[in-house]
Write a protein that binds this ligand. Sequence first.
Ligand SMILES: NC(=O)c1ccc[n+]([C@@H]2O[C@H](COP(=O)([O-])OP(=O)(O)OC[C@H]3O[C@@H](n4cnc5c(N)ncnc54)[C@H](OP(=O)(O)O)[C@@H]3O)[C@@H](O)[C@H]2O)c1
Length: 333
Amino acid sequence: MDDSIGWGILATGKIAHSFCRDLALVPDGHVAAVGSRRLASAEAFAAEFGGRPHGSYEELVADPDVDVVYVATPHVLHAGNVRAALAAGKAVLCEKPMTLDAATTGALFDEARERGLFLMEAMWSTCHPLWRKLKGLLDSGRYGRVGQLVADLGFTVHTAPTDRLLDPALGASALLDMGIYPLTFAHLLLGPPSRTAAVAQLSEGGIDLAIAISLAWDSGATAALTASMTAWTPRTATIATDTGRFDLAADFHHPLQAVFTPYTSAGAGRPETITPDEPVLGVGYGNEIAEVHRCLRAGLTESPQVPPAQTLALLRQMDAIREQVGVRFPVGR
Ligand SMILES: NC(=O)c1ccc[n+]([C@@H]2O[C@H](COP(=O)([O-])OP(=O)(O)OC[C@H]3O[C@@H](n4cnc5c(N)ncnc54)[C@H](OP(=O)(O)O)[C@@H]3O)[C@@H](O)[C@H]2O)c1
């Protein structure tokens, strides 16, 4: 246990619970402390996952047993929470999106760099062994040249208007919550696109409830990406090349397998099932946690699997998309 990495869990909402269920499966880390706006909530969380309960985020980041803080508040609060953790000298893993825009996020990475501290966005799917394997397979050229990528993530949201998923003041947005997954998938596999166009359905409060994004690359590839909070969408992905097609069943952002079907003008060939080379730890948050542990033990301040350049490129893209569809948050950054 001496060498085990101590996590400080900042907030006790839904994702904090899922994250800690997977943390329990990673051998070299543990919950050292948990902080909540309410002590009773921190105590209930600590009873389930262990760690020292704190009734404020300030006490959590100051806890000497915490090596790395996991920020799991609504997006709009991430910047302040990350700054507080960095000021306390802690490494940080911050939920996605890191903040509402690229400028604010860039300033956080600058601050972490100046302090010599680790900072990574919790874009866990990028650490998923199957996403990484697909990238390697496509880069090898063995499966042909990508011509088209299609990816979707959506579900219906039935929460109070004050919930973070619907409240503009908390950074609500189908793009920032769900669209970030198809965008990240396309970015990981094909790099930054040269052209982007988007349309969206906005709520009365002015947030995007559903969005459709088109991307084009100089290579000749195109992508059609969708995200929704108003419909039970397929949550699948396909990557079509000039020699066949990869199909990822739901949920494509943490898949169990992909199937490649070769095609010729004579028709479909025999499908090949592609599975990860490494174990998926829990739902997949475990692989992200293992990546943080690896970086901290190696003394890195940036993750090679979720580098700041990726986080910033995606936020710049989402800034431009929000501008196109007319979504402006009623809060600063
Ligand atoms: N990686 C993933 O798969 C994934 C999945 C879902 C969400 N997320 C991200 O994780 C973050 C949190 O999402 P969530 O679904 O866990 O949200 P949630 O269930 O609403 O929990 C958010 C927590 O933040 C704290 N909080 C502080 N100020 C708040 C405020 N004004 N309103 C609401 N909560 C406040 C609360 O914890 P205390 O009461 O303990 O202080 C609350 O329980 C978001 O940025 C989201 O994008 C990631």
